[in-house]
Ligand binder design. Structure first.
Ligand code: GAP
Length: 445
């Protein structure tokens, strides 16, 4: 699949220009693969997180929410296998000092051998043999660095759920099968980051761990696979751009018995943005062993004791935002002009509507302001009175705002306004005092 760099370049540039995503610490030259979300980006990501939370926690009786801390007892990462196994094989160039993943497709020859060629400086025989490099960020806890305990920034949110599984079970009085959902930051010292926000060193995950009776895990695994694909369809992502990929034995993570990636066809090829994993009883058994605390479940009906199996759904909030942005981006010609549109599903669009007085006189700005003040109590809306109406529409097309509300001469007389649909460009007249319910109906998706 040839990389469509052109689309990515345009998207990165639009993201900066319109305030979706900025490079971290840009005035200092940026920080590698760390990004900040601007006014539109933060709304988009928040809408995705809220939608996920609603579908997982509020709409289901059998899933509870949790917000565990990023810092955890260091033993957690021994038990989870991350200290031993969360590694990438890396090679160094002794000449230019650059570092690569051993499977970097740009490397020619065999690292460690005289034929290997550095993809950056082109030197031959300067690449070291692969060495394992742990992806977890370390920091120190306590006032004196030398004596302080090493703690890690979590590389996945899942472990916060496992160590709280008994607390949540007891506090919520749930019975197995039940799940725990969490949205939070995770950190990985990625070595080949890149492709904009696709692979970053700090990112947010939306993870749900579903605890089931051993033997029923296969069924629940299929259930959650189907549910998650449906959720992405519901975001309005083009179906032909979504597919599953089952992990081969070599691809399976150290904890997984079976795993499927949900992949999207990005401009740079098909890549994972969600994983559905059958983690068996790996994590809970290991935590039981390392903590010495019983993590068994007592089935109240059968009096059986067992360590539950876990089916995990794990999706990146940032990566989903990137999927949504890639999928929404389009260029088209309308009325003889080219326009760029972010065709977001209105339910997740950062701004729901923009209000425009046609001209800045004859009572139009006053009425437009009143309508804007009324709407902003219900939706995230924008007011714009500068430039021609055509230019104002184009600006909102780029922001992905689904509805443009124009207050014109007739509005001042009869209180009606025009509502322009971003995609069909059709305009309808709606009574100004009915706008809240009119938009509310359209945004229910
Ligand atoms: N708890 C399981 C787990 O963390 P993963 O496949 O390593 O599984 C799950 O990560 C999801 O987290 C990925 O599908 C992706 O959306 C997101 N993710 C992982 N690493 C990332 C990174 N470096 N940058 C952005 N998102 C990342």
């Amino acid at each position: 699949m040839p990389a469509d760099n052109n689309v990515m370049e345009k998207l990165v540039s639009l993201a900066k220009r319109r305030g979706f995503v900025f490079q971290s610490s840009e005035i200092y030259g940026g920080l590698g693969s760390v990004w900040d979300y601007g006014p539109l980006g933060v709304e988009l990501k928040k809408n995705l997180k809220e939608r996920w939370w609603r579908s997982m926690v509020h709409e289901r009786e059998d899933i509870e929410g949790l917000d565990a801390a990023i810092l955890m007892h260091p033993k957690v990462w021994e038990a989870s296998g991350h200290i031993a196994g969360f590694t990438d094989p890396l090679v160094d160039c002794k000449h230019c000092k650059n570092r690569f993943r051993a499977d970097d497709p740009r490397i020619k020859g065999t690292p460690g051998q005289p034929d290997a060629q550095c993809p950056v400086c082109g030197s031959r025989g300067t690449l070291t043999a692969p060495r394992l490099f742990n992806l977890m960020f370390k920091t120190f806890m306590g006032p004196v660095e030398e004596q302080a305990a090493v703690v890690y920034l979590r590389p996945e949110t899942a472990q916060g759920i496992y160590v709280n599984y008994l607390n949540v079970l007891q506090a919520s009085r749930q019975k197995i099968p039940f799940g725990i959902a969490q949205v939070g930051k995770a950190f990985r010292n990625e070595i080949t980051p890149g492709n904009f926000t696709f692979r970053t060193r700090e990112f947010e995950q939306m993870e749900m761990q579903f605890f089931v009776k051993p033997g029923t895990d296969g069924e629940w695994f299929e259930f959650w696979k189907a549910q998650r694909m449906e959720w992405h369809y519901g975001l309005g992502i083009r179906r032909e751009k979504l597919r599953f990929h089952q992990h081969t034995k070599e691809e399976l993570a150290h904890y997984a018995k079976d795993a499927y990636d949900l992949e999207y066809e990005f401009p740079f090829g098909w890549h994972e943005f969600e994983g559905v994993h059958n983690r068996s009883d790996f994590d809970l058994s290991r935590h039981q062993q390392f903590s010495g605390k019983k993590l068994e479940y007592l089935d109240p009906a059968t009096k059986e004791r067992f360590i539950p199996y876990v089916v995990e759904t794990s999706v990146g909030a940032d990566r989903t935002a990137l999927v949504v942005m890639c999928d929404a981006y389009r260029e088209e010609t309308v009325e003889g002009e080219t326009r760029v549109v972010m065709g977001f599903n209105p339910a997740i669009a950062p701004l729901k509507a923009a209000v425009f007085p046609l001209v800045n006189k004859d009572g139009m700005p006053e009425l437009a302001r009143r309508i804007f003040d009324d709407l902003r109590r219900h939706f995230n809306v924008f007011y714009d009175d500068s430039g021609s109406i055509g230019r104002r529409y184009r600006r909102q097309d780029e922001a992905g705002t689904p509805y443009g509300i124009t207050v014109d001469g007739q509005s001042v007389g009869d209180g009606t306004v025009t509502v322009r649909d971003r995609d069909t460009l059709r305009q309808e007249r709606v009574a100004g005092d009915r706008l809240v319910s009119h938009l509310g109906d359209k945004l229910k998706m």
